[in-house]
Design a protein around this ligand. Sequence first.
Ligand code: SF4
Ligand code: SF4
Length: 312
Amino acid sequence: MLITNEIVIEKAKKIGFDLVGFSKFTTLNNEVDRLKDWLGNGFNSNMSYMERNIEKRFDIKEILPSAETVISLALNYYVKGNYSNKKEMGKVSRYAWGTDYHYIIWNKLAQLISELKLIDKKFEVKSYVDTGPVMDKAWAVRSGIGWQGKNSNILNKQIGSWFFIATIITNYDFSESKIVTDHCGKCTACIDACPTNAIVEPYIIDANKCISNLTIENKGEIPIEFKGKFDGWIFGCDICQDVCPWNHKFSTETKIPEFLIGENREIDLQSVSKLTNSEFKKKYVSSPIYRAKAKGLKRNAEFLLEDNLKTD
Ligand code: SF4
Ligand code: SF4
Protein backbone atom coordinates (compact mmCIF):
# COMPACT_ATOMS: atom_id res chain seq x y z
CA MET A 1 0.00 0.00 0.00
CA LEU A 2 1.59 3.20 -1.13
CA ILE A 3 -1.23 5.50 -0.13
CA THR A 4 -1.96 5.58 3.60
CA ASN A 5 -4.84 7.05 5.62
CA GLU A 6 -2.44 9.77 6.80
CA ILE A 7 -1.52 10.74 3.23
CA VAL A 8 -5.21 11.02 2.23
CA ILE A 9 -6.02 13.10 5.31
CA GLU A 10 -3.06 15.41 4.83
CA LYS A 11 -3.78 16.01 1.16
CA ALA A 12 -7.55 16.39 1.64
CA LYS A 13 -7.05 18.97 4.38
CA LYS A 14 -4.50 20.88 2.33
CA ILE A 15 -7.00 21.02 -0.53
CA GLY A 16 -9.59 22.44 1.87
CA PHE A 17 -11.74 19.59 3.18
CA ASP A 18 -12.57 19.96 6.86
CA LEU A 19 -13.21 16.34 7.85
CA VAL A 20 -12.01 13.02 6.46
CA GLY A 21 -13.08 9.53 7.51
CA PHE A 22 -12.77 5.95 6.28
CA SER A 23 -15.12 2.97 6.37
CA LYS A 24 -14.69 -0.59 5.20
CA PHE A 25 -16.79 -2.07 2.42
CA THR A 26 -20.00 -3.67 3.55
CA THR A 27 -23.47 -3.97 2.12
CA LEU A 28 -25.82 -1.44 3.70
CA ASN A 29 -28.43 -3.86 5.01
CA ASN A 30 -30.00 -1.81 7.82
CA GLU A 31 -29.68 1.49 6.00
CA VAL A 32 -31.39 0.14 2.87
CA ASP A 33 -34.14 -1.47 4.98
CA ARG A 34 -34.79 1.94 6.52
CA LEU A 35 -34.70 3.56 3.08
CA LYS A 36 -37.26 1.06 1.81
CA ASP A 37 -39.55 1.78 4.78
CA TRP A 38 -39.20 5.51 4.12
CA LEU A 39 -39.99 5.05 0.43
CA GLY A 40 -42.86 2.70 1.30
CA ASN A 41 -44.42 5.51 3.35
CA GLY A 42 -44.12 7.85 0.36
CA PHE A 43 -41.89 10.17 2.42
CA ASN A 44 -39.70 10.82 -0.64
CA SER A 45 -42.57 12.86 -2.13
CA ASN A 46 -41.77 13.63 -5.78
CA MET A 47 -38.10 12.58 -5.48
CA SER A 48 -38.64 9.43 -7.52
CA TYR A 49 -34.90 9.20 -8.21
CA MET A 50 -34.58 7.93 -4.62
CA GLU A 51 -36.43 4.79 -5.70
CA ARG A 52 -33.93 3.98 -8.44
CA ASN A 53 -30.64 2.08 -8.19
CA ILE A 54 -31.45 0.56 -4.81
CA GLU A 55 -29.04 -2.30 -5.61
CA LYS A 56 -26.18 0.20 -6.05
CA ARG A 57 -27.10 1.96 -2.81
CA PHE A 58 -27.12 -1.43 -1.08
CA ASP A 59 -23.89 -2.72 -2.60
CA ILE A 60 -21.24 -0.27 -3.80
CA LYS A 61 -19.48 -3.14 -5.61
CA GLU A 62 -22.26 -2.63 -8.19
CA ILE A 63 -20.57 0.72 -8.80
CA LEU A 64 -16.92 -0.24 -8.33
CA PRO A 65 -16.41 -4.03 -8.28
CA SER A 66 -13.02 -3.64 -6.58
CA ALA A 67 -14.44 -1.48 -3.76
CA GLU A 68 -12.72 -2.00 -0.40
CA THR A 69 -12.99 1.31 1.45
CA VAL A 70 -15.12 4.43 1.35
CA ILE A 71 -13.60 7.83 2.09
CA SER A 72 -16.13 10.38 3.35
CA LEU A 73 -15.17 14.05 3.21
CA ALA A 74 -16.88 17.12 4.63
CA LEU A 75 -16.61 20.69 3.42
CA ASN A 76 -17.82 23.39 5.82
CA TYR A 77 -20.03 26.01 4.14
CA TYR A 78 -21.08 28.03 7.17
CA VAL A 79 -21.20 31.77 6.59
CA LYS A 80 -22.05 34.10 9.48
CA GLY A 81 -24.98 36.44 9.15
CA ASN A 82 -28.69 36.58 9.38
CA TYR A 83 -31.78 37.65 7.53
CA SER A 84 -33.45 41.07 7.54
CA ASN A 85 -36.80 39.33 8.15
CA LYS A 86 -38.47 42.00 6.01
CA LYS A 87 -41.60 40.42 4.67
CA GLU A 88 -40.91 41.63 1.12
CA MET A 89 -37.76 39.48 1.12
CA GLY A 90 -37.60 35.68 0.81
CA LYS A 91 -34.99 33.76 2.81
CA VAL A 92 -32.51 31.43 1.07
CA SER A 93 -31.03 28.39 2.76
CA ARG A 94 -27.46 29.04 3.86
CA TYR A 95 -25.94 26.42 1.58
CA ALA A 96 -27.16 28.42 -1.42
CA TRP A 97 -25.87 31.88 -0.44
CA GLY A 98 -22.78 31.52 -2.66
CA THR A 99 -21.59 29.55 -5.69
CA ASP A 100 -23.00 26.08 -6.40
CA TYR A 101 -21.03 23.71 -4.16
CA HIS A 102 -20.95 20.99 -6.80
CA TYR A 103 -18.40 22.95 -8.88
CA ILE A 104 -16.22 23.61 -5.87
CA ILE A 105 -16.30 20.07 -4.50
CA TRP A 106 -15.86 18.42 -7.91
CA ASN A 107 -12.69 20.49 -8.41
CA LYS A 108 -11.36 19.60 -4.98
CA LEU A 109 -12.14 15.91 -5.47
CA ALA A 110 -10.47 15.91 -8.90
CA GLN A 111 -7.35 17.48 -7.38
CA LEU A 112 -7.25 15.02 -4.48
CA ILE A 113 -7.79 11.97 -6.70
CA SER A 114 -5.18 13.05 -9.23
CA GLU A 115 -2.62 13.65 -6.47
CA LEU A 116 -3.33 10.19 -5.02
CA LYS A 117 -3.14 8.52 -8.42
CA LEU A 118 0.29 10.10 -8.87
CA ILE A 119 1.42 8.09 -5.84
CA ASP A 120 -0.18 4.86 -7.09
CA LYS A 121 -1.73 4.63 -10.52
CA LYS A 122 -3.53 1.46 -9.41
CA PHE A 123 -5.67 3.57 -7.04
CA GLU A 124 -9.22 3.13 -8.40
CA VAL A 125 -12.06 5.43 -7.44
CA LYS A 126 -15.63 6.48 -8.05
CA SER A 127 -16.57 9.75 -6.43
CA TYR A 128 -19.88 11.44 -5.72
CA VAL A 129 -21.28 14.70 -4.44
CA ASP A 130 -24.94 14.00 -3.66
CA THR A 131 -25.81 13.22 -7.27
CA GLY A 132 -25.17 9.49 -7.58
CA PRO A 133 -26.80 6.35 -6.16
CA VAL A 134 -24.65 6.39 -3.03
CA MET A 135 -25.92 6.69 0.54
CA ASP A 136 -23.55 9.50 1.41
CA LYS A 137 -24.98 10.13 4.89
CA ALA A 138 -24.84 6.43 5.79
CA TRP A 139 -21.19 6.28 4.72
CA ALA A 140 -20.41 9.52 6.56
CA VAL A 141 -21.74 7.94 9.76
CA ARG A 142 -19.79 4.74 9.13
CA SER A 143 -16.67 6.84 8.43
CA GLY A 144 -16.94 8.63 11.77
CA ILE A 145 -17.67 12.05 10.24
CA GLY A 146 -20.53 12.38 12.72
CA TRP A 147 -23.87 10.97 13.79
CA GLN A 148 -27.15 11.37 11.98
CA GLY A 149 -29.24 13.75 14.06
CA LYS A 150 -32.97 13.72 14.65
CA ASN A 151 -33.25 16.32 11.85
CA SER A 152 -31.52 13.76 9.56
CA ASN A 153 -28.40 15.90 9.07
CA ILE A 154 -24.96 14.60 9.95
CA LEU A 155 -23.63 16.34 13.05
CA ASN A 156 -20.01 16.67 14.03
CA LYS A 157 -18.87 17.61 17.53
CA GLN A 158 -16.23 20.02 16.20
CA ILE A 159 -18.10 21.88 13.43
CA GLY A 160 -21.83 21.18 13.81
CA SER A 161 -23.81 20.29 10.70
CA TRP A 162 -23.20 23.06 8.17
CA PHE A 163 -21.15 20.98 5.75
CA PHE A 164 -21.42 19.21 2.41
CA ILE A 165 -20.48 15.56 2.10
CA ALA A 166 -18.44 14.00 -0.69
CA THR A 167 -17.92 10.27 -1.05
CA ILE A 168 -15.04 8.39 -2.68
CA ILE A 169 -15.32 4.64 -3.20
CA THR A 170 -11.84 3.12 -3.55
CA ASN A 171 -10.16 -0.22 -4.20
CA TYR A 172 -7.69 0.55 -1.37
CA ASP A 173 -7.85 -1.23 1.96
CA PHE A 174 -7.53 1.74 4.33
CA SER A 175 -8.04 1.25 8.05
CA GLU A 176 -11.45 2.41 9.23
CA SER A 177 -12.23 5.40 11.43
CA LYS A 178 -13.96 5.22 14.78
CA ILE A 179 -17.73 5.59 14.65
CA VAL A 180 -19.19 8.54 16.59
CA THR A 181 -22.11 7.80 18.92
CA ASP A 182 -25.40 9.70 18.73
CA HIS A 183 -25.17 12.88 20.81
CA CYS A 184 -28.72 14.19 20.28
CA GLY A 185 -29.66 12.85 23.70
CA LYS A 186 -33.02 14.12 24.96
CA CYS A 187 -32.93 17.21 22.73
CA THR A 188 -35.94 17.71 20.46
CA ALA A 189 -35.25 21.31 19.41
CA CYS A 190 -35.39 20.55 15.68
CA ILE A 191 -38.63 18.56 15.95
CA ASP A 192 -40.27 21.27 18.05
CA ALA A 193 -39.16 24.11 15.77
CA CYS A 194 -40.15 22.64 12.40
CA PRO A 195 -43.08 24.82 11.28
CA THR A 196 -44.68 22.12 9.10
CA ASN A 197 -44.15 19.11 11.42
CA ALA A 198 -42.04 17.48 8.72
CA ILE A 199 -39.91 15.58 11.25
CA VAL A 200 -42.63 12.98 11.73
CA GLU A 201 -40.56 11.06 14.23
CA PRO A 202 -36.96 11.41 15.37
CA TYR A 203 -34.62 10.87 12.39
CA ILE A 204 -37.47 10.63 9.85
CA ILE A 205 -38.41 13.49 7.53
CA ASP A 206 -41.56 13.46 5.45
CA ALA A 207 -40.42 15.37 2.35
CA ASN A 208 -44.07 16.03 1.46
CA LYS A 209 -44.12 18.44 4.41
CA CYS A 210 -40.56 19.76 4.31
CA ILE A 211 -40.20 23.37 3.12
CA SER A 212 -36.83 22.49 1.64
CA ASN A 213 -38.37 19.92 -0.68
CA LEU A 214 -41.51 21.95 -1.32
CA THR A 215 -39.48 24.95 -2.52
CA ILE A 216 -36.74 23.11 -4.45
CA GLU A 217 -37.50 19.60 -5.73
CA ASN A 218 -41.28 20.01 -5.89
CA LYS A 219 -42.43 20.69 -9.45
CA GLY A 220 -46.13 21.16 -8.66
CA GLU A 221 -48.07 23.68 -6.61
CA ILE A 222 -47.40 24.15 -2.91
CA PRO A 223 -50.38 22.61 -1.07
CA ILE A 224 -52.73 25.09 0.56
CA GLU A 225 -52.25 23.45 3.98
CA PHE A 226 -48.84 25.13 4.19
CA LYS A 227 -50.19 28.68 3.88
CA GLY A 228 -48.83 30.80 6.70
CA LYS A 229 -46.25 28.17 7.68
CA PHE A 230 -43.30 28.97 5.45
CA ASP A 231 -41.73 31.57 7.74
CA GLY A 232 -40.49 33.56 4.73
CA TRP A 233 -38.42 30.80 3.09
CA ILE A 234 -38.24 31.12 -0.69
CA PHE A 235 -35.52 28.52 -1.30
CA GLY A 236 -34.83 25.74 1.19
CA CYS A 237 -35.21 25.98 4.96
CA ASP A 238 -32.62 25.96 7.74
CA ILE A 239 -34.80 26.06 10.83
CA CYS A 240 -33.92 22.56 12.06
CA GLN A 241 -30.22 23.35 11.70
CA ASP A 242 -30.47 26.90 13.08
CA VAL A 243 -31.97 25.66 16.34
CA CYS A 244 -29.52 22.80 16.83
CA PRO A 245 -27.36 23.38 19.93
CA TRP A 246 -24.37 21.75 18.24
CA ASN A 247 -24.49 24.46 15.58
CA HIS A 248 -24.89 27.22 18.19
CA LYS A 249 -21.77 26.06 19.96
CA PHE A 250 -19.49 24.84 17.24
CA SER A 251 -20.19 26.48 13.86
CA THR A 252 -17.12 28.10 12.45
CA GLU A 253 -16.98 30.16 9.29
CA THR A 254 -15.95 28.47 6.04
CA LYS A 255 -12.68 29.39 4.40
CA ILE A 256 -14.06 28.90 0.88
CA PRO A 257 -14.24 32.30 -0.84
CA GLU A 258 -17.01 31.19 -3.21
CA PHE A 259 -19.26 30.43 -0.23
CA LEU A 260 -18.27 33.58 1.63
CA ILE A 261 -19.66 35.79 -1.16
CA GLY A 262 -23.08 35.29 0.39
CA GLU A 263 -24.77 37.32 -2.35
CA ASN A 264 -28.00 35.32 -2.48
CA ARG A 265 -28.97 35.45 1.18
CA GLU A 266 -32.37 37.00 0.49
CA ILE A 267 -34.42 37.59 -2.63
CA ASP A 268 -36.86 40.40 -3.25
CA LEU A 269 -40.18 38.64 -3.80
CA GLN A 270 -41.60 41.21 -6.24
CA SER A 271 -38.47 41.18 -8.39
CA VAL A 272 -38.70 37.37 -8.76
CA SER A 273 -42.21 37.64 -10.13
CA LYS A 274 -40.90 39.88 -12.93
CA LEU A 275 -37.85 37.75 -13.86
CA THR A 276 -37.79 36.38 -17.41
CA ASN A 277 -36.36 32.90 -17.95
CA SER A 278 -33.19 34.32 -19.49
CA GLU A 279 -32.73 36.80 -16.62
CA PHE A 280 -33.20 33.93 -14.16
CA LYS A 281 -30.59 31.87 -15.98
CA LYS A 282 -28.08 34.72 -16.06
CA LYS A 283 -28.55 35.49 -12.37
CA TYR A 284 -28.64 31.97 -10.95
CA VAL A 285 -26.88 29.60 -13.35
CA SER A 286 -23.89 29.27 -10.98
CA SER A 287 -26.03 29.07 -7.86
CA PRO A 288 -27.83 26.13 -6.23
CA ILE A 289 -30.98 28.25 -6.69
CA TYR A 290 -30.87 27.29 -10.38
CA ARG A 291 -32.20 23.86 -9.36
CA ALA A 292 -35.64 25.34 -8.58
CA LYS A 293 -35.88 26.75 -12.13
CA ALA A 294 -37.54 30.13 -12.81
CA LYS A 295 -40.97 28.53 -12.57
CA GLY A 296 -40.31 27.09 -9.11
CA LEU A 297 -38.76 30.28 -7.71
CA LYS A 298 -41.69 32.34 -9.01
CA ARG A 299 -44.17 29.88 -7.50
CA ASN A 300 -42.38 30.19 -4.15
CA ALA A 301 -42.34 34.00 -4.32
CA GLU A 302 -46.04 34.10 -5.17
CA PHE A 303 -46.83 31.73 -2.32
CA LEU A 304 -45.06 34.06 0.13
CA LEU A 305 -46.59 37.19 -1.41
CA GLU A 306 -50.08 35.72 -0.98
CA ASP A 307 -49.24 35.07 2.68
CA ASN A 308 -48.13 38.70 3.04
CA LEU A 309 -51.41 39.97 1.58
CA LYS A 310 -53.34 38.03 4.22
CA THR A 311 -51.35 39.51 7.09
CA ASP A 312 -51.43 43.13 5.78
S1 SF4 B 1 -35.85 21.90 6.65
FE1 SF4 B 1 -37.46 23.14 7.63
S2 SF4 B 1 -39.38 22.16 7.02
FE2 SF4 B 1 -37.73 20.68 6.60
S3 SF4 B 1 -37.60 19.42 8.43
FE3 SF4 B 1 -36.14 21.09 8.72
S4 SF4 B 1 -37.32 22.69 9.81
FE4 SF4 B 1 -38.79 21.25 8.95
S1 SF4 C 1 -31.64 19.98 17.40
FE1 SF4 C 1 -31.23 18.47 19.01
S2 SF4 C 1 -32.31 16.61 18.36
FE2 SF4 C 1 -32.16 17.95 16.58
S3 SF4 C 1 -30.31 17.28 15.52
FE3 SF4 C 1 -29.70 18.94 16.90
S4 SF4 C 1 -29.07 17.92 18.81
FE4 SF4 C 1 -30.23 16.42 17.60
